[in-house]
Write a protein that binds this ligand. Sequence first.
Ligand SMILES: [Zn+2]
Length: 328
Amino acid sequence: MDNIKPVAGRDYPATWSEFQDWFASDEACAAYLEQLRWPHGFCCPVCGVSDTPGRATRGRLICRACRHQCSVTAGTIFDKTRTPLPVWFAAAWYLTSQKQGVSALGLQRVLGLNSYQTAWAILHRFRRAMVRPDRDLLSGTVEVDEAYLALRRGARVRRKAASSKARDRTHLVAIAVAIEVLEPKGFGRIRLRRIQAPTIDALIPFVRENVEPGATVRTDGSPIYRPLLKAGFDHDPFVILGSQTPAHRPLPGVHRIASLLKRWLLGTHHGAVDPRHVDYYLDEFTFRFNRRTSRSRGMLFYRLIQQSTIATPVTYADIRDNQHRPQA
Ligand SMILES: [Zn+2]
């Protein structure tokens, strides 16, 4: 389905007013989800038969072969949530049309939601749909390095427990950053991941899982990266000739990503990101950065809803306890 280029005004709304026309009701949103989930027509999740489904009450689909009944949201991130689909869609639109995204508090305000937790969980469910497990690996010349983020627990938690000094503590979180370097200038796609510490055990698997074999990996010369050559990468470490000591080399791409990421976490999220959930913020940053050249913001909305129909459903407790982190 990635082969056919989606068109504004046909495949996704071009403007907010078009959005409101398209997605005014639960039924309209469900029909849109059905189209994205089964672009070649309904396929029964139980028996796998493709046939035009029967229709039951409350928008349920009935497989003509095995009589299985399901809703279009079953098995997606929208599964078993009490939030109406138009609210989900409005959240997706807002999340993707704002250049810097939105905090849970901001989303709660703009959608007039009763609870902060609802807004928080909507954002986290969408974040879990932002990274496709089958995405392409980075290629060409790729800068790789580690960086540190200073995070603290959520501001709301802090207000409630103002006396608790422990909640105020800032956590330093190590992350691995990879970015494609384009010739003659500019940057391509990125990959980010939290790591326990900048060690060989964390960084080499990160490169293997995110960078195409044969790509040129550019590092700051740290000996940690030496096994890259054995792993089939063309390693370009920066070491001053005649010296065994690695020299510091600025990696402009990694540096740029780290500073944009820090600015985003401080700006949109006020640095109040629970370190346990940082992976999902990295996913959101990656989703937006890798689509920064999209001509239409509506295209991001389209991709987010499309990927939401194939992302694994999670419960509120899963999100809170950080369960089911898919391997990136
Ligand atoms: Zn069936």
